[in-house]
Design a protein around this ligand. Structure first.
Ligand SMILES: *Cc1c(COP(=O)(O)O)cnc(C)c1O
Length: 216
C-alpha cells in the first residue's frame, strides 16, 4: 500500500533540505507509481531492466527514471534511450558500454560511480583505487557524464558504523571531486532505514522504497 501521507511529509522535508527523493518502486505496480506521480513525484528508481522498460512504456513520459540496481553490460541498450541517471556503475567495462550505447542513442547518460563502503562482502562497488581509475578514464568517453558517487551502508543496527560509512563516501567525493569536470555534485546515499543519518552526513539524493510503497 502506498502511504501518501508519509510521502507528502518526507517529500516536503527533503525539498526543504535540497535533497532529491528517488522513490524506489521496484516490484510495485504501475498504479502505485501513478499515485505518487499525481502528488508531484517525478524521480523513480528501479532495479531490474525488464521491469523498468515495461513501466516506462506505461507511465507518463516526464518521469525521470533512475536505474539503481546492478546493471549487466548486455542489458544497457534497453534503457540507454531514456534512463535519467544510472546509480550503480561499478566497473570500467560498464562505463564504456554505457557511453557506447548513449552515443548510439544520440545522447549523454548521467551516471554515478558506486563505491564499496559497507563491511559486507556482498555489496557491489569500487574501492578507492578503482574509483580513481574510473574517474580518470571517464573524460575519454563521450557518452557518459559522471555526476557523483553512490554507496550503500552496512545493513546494521549499529548507527555509528552506518554513519562512518556514509562519512567515508563523502570524504572520497571531496578528495576526488576535481578529477571530474562535474565536480561530483551528487552523493546518492540513504534508504528507508538510514536516510536520516545519510542526510546528516551530506547526502544530496536518497533512494527510499519501503517507507513509501510498503514492504516488498
Ligand atoms: C531497493 C533499494 C533501495 C530502497 O530500499 P528501501 O529499504 O525499500 O528503502 C535503495 N537503494 C537500492 C540500491 C535498492 O536496491
Amino acid at each position: 500500500m502506498v502511504n501518501t501521507e508519509r510521502y507528502s511529509a518526507i517529500a516536503q522535508q527533503l525539498a526543504e533540505s535540497n535533497v532529491t527523493l528517488v522513490a524506489v518502486s521496484k516490484m510495485k505496480p504501475a498504479a502505485d507509481i501513478q499515485s505518487l506521480y499525481d502528488l508531484g513525484q517525478r524521480d523513480f528508481g528501479e532495479n531490474y531492466v525488464q521491469e523498468l522498460v515495461d513501466k516506462q512504456a506505461q507511465l507518463p513520459t516526464d518521469i525521470r527514471w533512475h536505474f539503481i540496481g546492478h546493471l549487466q553490460t548486455n542489458k544497457v541498450k534497453h534503457i540507454a534511450p531514456f534512463v535519467h541517471l544510472v546509480h550503480g556503475v561499478d566497473s570500467q567495462r560498464l562505463l564504456a558500454e554505457l557511453s557506447r550505447q548513449a552515443v548510439k542513442a544520440g545522447r549523454v547518460i548521467d551516471v554515478l560511480l558506486q563505491v564499496h563502503i559497507a563491511q559486507e562482502e556482498t555489496k557491489f562497488g569500487l574501492d578507492e583505487e578503482e574509483l580513481v581509475a574510473a574517474l580518470d578514464t571517464a573524460p575519454a568517453l563521450p557518452g557518459v557524464a559522471v555526476l557523483g558517487l553512490m554507496g550503500m551502508a552496512s545493513f546494521s543496527e549499529n548507527k555509528e558504523q552506518v554513519r562512518g560509512e556514509f562519512r567515508r563516501l563523502k570524504q572520497l567525493r571531496d578528495a576526488h571531486a576535481d578529477r571530474a569536470g562535474s565536480g561530483l555534485p551528487i552523493l546518492s546515499m540513504g534508504m528507508s532505514d538510514d536516510h536520516v543519518i545519510a542526510i546528516e552526513e551530506g547526502s544530496t539524493m536518497v533512494r527510499v522504497g519501503s517507507l513509501l510503497f510498503g514492504r516488498r
